[in-house]
Design a protein around this ligand. Sequence first.
Ligand SMILES: CC(C)(COP(=O)(O)OP(=O)(O)OC[C@H]1O[C@@H](n2cnc3c(N)ncnc32)[C@H](O)[C@@H]1OP(=O)(O)O)[C@@H](O)C(=O)NCCC(=O)NCCS
Length: 181
Amino acid sequence: MRVPKPGKTGLQTPEIRLRRPRAADALAMHRVAEATEVLDLNSTYAYLLWATDFADTSIVADADGELVGFITGHRPPPRPDVLFVWQVAVDPSAQGRGLGSQMLDGLLARVLADRRGQPVTVEATVAPGNAHSRALFGGFARRLRVPLVEHEHFTADLLAADGGHEDEPILRIGPIAEPPN
Ligand SMILES: CC(C)(COP(=O)(O)OP(=O)(O)OC[C@H]1O[C@@H](n2cnc3c(N)ncnc32)[C@H](O)[C@@H]1OP(=O)(O)O)[C@@H](O)C(=O)NCCC(=O)NCCS
C-alpha cells in the first residue's frame, strides 16, 4: 500500500509504503517509539519479536527506506476475534497528517482479509490524558460507523509502583466486518 509522504515537497514524489515489519526494522521501531516522548519504551528485543512473530498483526510506514511510523498488534489467545493494538507511533516530524489513521486502516484491512470475512473487534488501551490517541481511535470508529465503548482495564497501580503511570482503560471498537472506504 502506498500513500503520499507527509511533510515533504519538492521535485521528487516521495511515497510512504505501508507493509509488514521485518527483523531489520526493530532498531528503527525502537527509535521512533523513543522519539514520540510519550510511549512506554520497550526493549529492542520486544520490537524484534513484534517485527517477526507478530508481523501479521503489525504494520510499518516506510518512507524511501526510512521508518516513520509503526503499529504493533496481536490477537489475544482468549479472544481470537480481536486485533489488540498495543503501540501506535508516528515520528513527530510526520504527526497530524493522517499517517496514524492510514496505518490503522491498512492494518485492519489486512487482518480482515486474513480472516476471510469474519468480523474483527479492535481493542486498545488509552490513557485518559492521551488526546492524540483518543482522537485517532475516535476517528477510526467514526469512519467505520461502528460503536466505540470504554471500560476500566489496566489500572495505574498495575503499571507503576510510584503512581507515575496513568490508568489504561480499554477501548473496544467494533465488531467490524469491512474495511473503511
Ligand atoms: C497518536 C498518533 C499515533 C496519531 O498519529 P497521527 O499520524 O499524528 O494521527 P492522524 O494525523 O492520523 O490523526 C488522527 C486523528 O487525530 C487528530 N489529531 C492529529 N493530531 C492532532 C493534534 N495535534 N491535536 C489534536 N488532534 C489531533 C486528527 O484530527 C485525527 O482525527 P480525525 O480522524 O477525527 O480527523 C501520533 O500522534 C503519535 O505517535 N503520538 C505519540 C505516541 C502515542 O501517543 N501513541 C498512541 C498510544 S499507543
